[in-house]
Design a protein around this ligand. Structure first.
Ligand code: C2O
Ligand code: CU
Length: 458
């Protein structure tokens, strides 16, 4: 099959750039969110006005050791309020960044100091949690990498932040943020995918070099289907949590918000190229290239071991678990007729006029009362029924869960689970982190149009 480099449709125009501005935030390292301009499209297109952390797309990679603290001052120089959510980190509730639930929004011109410990080693990320459907799509996201106390031997540790952009012909961001059509379908799906802010990301490699790759899907709505060529190895972690048994990577499906850690040896020949490919509706494209410019060693390193487990409480018998069900309804080709919005029954037509398209357990706004109110340390067993024509990537804050498969087997620890259209899925977790935690679809346009609820722990 012919695989071409990513191409871009549109008219070439002259490039323009604007200077970046830098401001120090005193003795606390800043994470300044502000308008910026990034060259996302190929060089013969203009640069794209975006919103960025510290004038970088993606934002600066934050790297700490397991058990250390992350301390960052969010400086809001955006034209609207914002917050930061630290996706996948089992942190203290007050640092979770959810407006109205765990903190107030940070108005333009103001700051907020985030300060929390990271209990787990793994691949995490950060993004706004206010108007996420706009702020994420405008470029606000970055990697948060927590290294193991003794990182396993590799030649390189490389983070690939994968972003999906909807660009207009002049390479500016298409202004259709929050469009009802997107909300009722698969979310804001873009037309240009970047890795670490580049359309043709590549890094030189050597034959038999061992790479640790950390892939993060930061898209609003795009589900990635990835495959490897000239790279062989193991999947060692999902959503920041080590697999008990590393798996052989086949097709790697990453829903918005999900991550995968891979330990891979470069098997492509010298002079060739190892690649990560993305299967999209209209073809398969090279997402990331590793041209092989030399040889690291005559044979690959030995087998890949499992990473040390993170301190997540073990799931026991579910017989005594607190049970709940979540009925997901709505969207295009759905059967939803009405839902509760701020306590009042609203027919679907009026819901649409308010930008709402979905309901969970019959409610289309953030419910007044939590889906579940559980004691600290209780086990939760949640059954989801997706009665919609769309997949949903369901994300839980503050905890990792396991899928409970038909027959009762547990899946790997995750913080985001893709639930297929017209299907059911069950998850279970030990609610060991006190506070109010969101549970929502990470197709962030869905989250804003009805697919957000919460649980209270402790
Ligand atoms: Cu990454 Cu509530 O989200
Ligand atoms: Cu969804």
């Amino acid at each position: 099959m012919a695989v071409s480099r990513r191409r871009f449709l549109g008219t070439a125009l002259a490039a323009g750039t604007f200077p970046a501005m830098v401001r120090s935030a005193g003795d606390i390292e800043s994470l300044r969110a502000a308008p910026f301009v990034a060259q996302l499209a190929p060089e013969d297109y203009p640069a794209t006005p975006v919103w960025a952390y510290e004038g970088r797309v993606p934002g600066p990679e934050i790297r700490v050791r397991q058990g250390e603290r992350v301390i960052r001052r969010l400086v809001n120089d955006l034209p609207q309020p914002t917050t930061i959510h630290w996706h996948g980190v089992r942190l203290a509730n007050g640092m979770d960044g959810v407006p109205d639930l765990t903190q107030s929004v940070i108005p333009p011109g103001e700051t907020f100091d985030y300060d929390f410990e990271v209990p787990d080693a793994g691949t995490f990320w950060y993004h706004p949690h206010h108007r996420t459907w706009e702020q994420l799509a405008r470029g606000l996201s970055g990697a948060l990498i927590v290294e193991e106390r003794r990182p396993p031997e590799t030649d390189a540790d490389i983070t690939l932040v994968i972003s999906d952009w909807r660009l207009a012909e002049d390479a500016s961001l298409h202004e259709s943020f929050g469009a009802l059509h997107d909300r009722a379908h698969g979310g804001r799906i873009g037309n240009w995918v970047t890795v670490n802010g580049e359309g043709n990301w590549s890094r030189a490699s050597r034959r038999n070099e061992r790479l640790r790759l950390r892939l993060i899907n930061t898209a609003n709505g795009r589900i990635l289907s990835l495959s490897l060529e000239g790279l062989a190895g193991r999947v060692v972690a999902l959503d920041g949590m080590p697999l008990e048994t590393p798996g052989v990577p086949g097709e790697i499906v990453l829903a918005p918000g999900q991550r995968v850690d891979l330990f891979l040896d470069v098997t492509a020949a010298e002079g060739g190229e190892a690649t990560i490919r993305s299967r999209e509706r209209d073809g398969t494209y090279v997402l990331a290239g590793f041209p092989v410019t030399g040889t690291a060693r005559s044979a690959p390193l030995g087998p890949v071991d499992a990473l040390p487990p993170n301190p997540v409480p073990a799931l026991g018998d579910l017989a005594g678990a607190r049970r709940a069900t979540l009925a997901m309804e709505g969207g295009a080709m759905g059967r939803l007729e009405a839902a509760l919005v701020d306590g009042a029954r609203v027919p679907i037509r009026e819901m649409a006029a308010q930008g709402l398209a979905w309901a969970m357990n019959g409610v289309a706004s953030l419910p007044e009362t939590p889906l579940l109110d559980v004691g600290l340390g209780e086990t939760v067993h949640l059954a989801m029924a997706n009665d919609t024509a769309w997949p949903h990537g369901m994300h839980l804050h503050g905890h990792h869960f396991r899928e409970v498969r038909p027959g009762g087997a547990f899946g790997p620890l995750r913080d985001t689970l893709l639930v297929a259209p017209r299907s059911a899925a069950e998850i279970a977790f030990v609610a060991d982190n006190p506070g109010d935690w969101l549970f929502h679809c990470h197709m962030v346009d869905h989250a804003a149009s009805g697919m957000t609820t919460w649980i209270r722990v402790g």
